[in-house]
Design a protein around this ligand. Structure first.
Ligand SMILES: NC(=O)c1ccc[n+]([C@@H]2O[C@H](COP(=O)([O-])OP(=O)(O)OC[C@H]3O[C@@H](n4cnc5c(N)ncnc54)[C@H](OP(=O)(O)O)[C@@H]3O)[C@@H](O)[C@H]2O)c1
Length: 255
């Protein structure tokens, strides 16, 4: 297993929620963490303070990944002083549900931009600027099923799954590329608890997954030196039963 002691990892969207738990797990394992954030500046800097009590060498970096100029210089700027970057965790995302008949070109582009274009271009830049290492993409258990209501978010995550497998083949043995596919972990802010309860009842393990479990899955993939091109489902078996999560066009899509 790869030691995390000499690993410097960029985790996108690391200020809050799953990204924050992942940053803590990597720091506790000995890695130096680059905490990426966009709007969660206060949370990112409070996390930096927490990680500094574990070990030195962590840092924060701000970039709006929807802006081509900002995301285009992110990885290049992190290696410009000659320091290595050996791991990328593509965690940043925006989850939107939308009836297929309501999709417009702008929302389609926006969902692809943040959930596929941005993480894919960061993967490409990692391969261009970093000598070796590994990439972990955060997907969603929906990549194994069909949830029409997850709409363009789901399509983009499926594209990122395909890019994970293609890059794993093309960049081996220099760079490993894997993915973690969570199920129900942290509901989006404002989600209807009754809807979440209904989905949890469909999960074979009858419970949601903790963000720490997602973080541990990322850490495992970062350490496992011969695993590449894998999607690790951390979802209590939800993807195996392929539940019908679709809602009719006229339903409440607030989840
Ligand atoms: N939560 C779950 O139950 C669940 C289930 C299935 C899959 N997942 C996947 O797991 C990952 C983490 O989930 P999460 O719920 O913790 O994520 P999240 O809270 O929805 O989003 C994570 C971060 O993405 C960043 N982000 C969004 N737009 C951005 C932009 N334009 N530029 C830069 N950063 C941007 C935000 O950073 P700032 O706050 O700094 O702006 C945000 O905090 C995601 O890839 C998600 O699809 C989560």
């Amino acid at each position: 297993m790869r030691s995390m002691e000499n690993t410097r990892v960029l985790i996108t969207g690391a200020g809050v929620r799953i990204g924050r738990a992942t940053a803590s797990a990597f720091a506790k394992a000995g890695a130096r963490v680059v905490i990426h954030y966009n709007s969660s500046e206060a949370e990112a800097h409070s996390l930096l303070g927490e990680l500094a009590t574990i070990s030195p060498g962590h840092e924060c970096v701000k970039a709006d990944l929807m802006q081509a100029a900002e995301r285009g210089k992110l990885i290049a700027s992190l290696v410009a002083d000659g320091r290595a970057l050996n791991c990328l965790v593509n965690n940043a995302s925006v989850y939107r549900r939308c009836p297929l008949t309501h999709v417009i070109a702008e929302s389609l582009r926006a969902d692809y931009e943040i959930n596929f274009v941005a993480p894919f271009l960061l993967m490409r830049d990692f391969a261009r600027y970093c000598e070796e290492g590994n990439i972990i993409n955060l997907l969603d258990q929906r990549v194994a099923t069909v949830d029409p209501s997850a709409s363009t978010y789901g399509f983009a995550k499926k594209s990122l799954r395909d890019a994970t497998e293609a890059a794993a083949v093309q960049w081996a043995p220099r760079i490993r590329v894997n993915a973690v596919a969570p199920g129900v972990v942290l509901p989006p802010p404002g989600a209807d608890p009754a809807k979440i309860e209904r989905i949890i009842r469909l999960i074979p393990m009858a419970r949601n997954s903790a963000e720490e479990e997602i973080a541990e899955a990322c850490l495992f993939l970062a350490r496992a030196e011969t695993i590449t091109g894998q999607v690790l489902y951390v979802d209590g078996g939800l993807h195996l039963v392929g539940p019908d999560l679709a809602e009719p066009d006229h339903a409440d899509y607030s989840l």
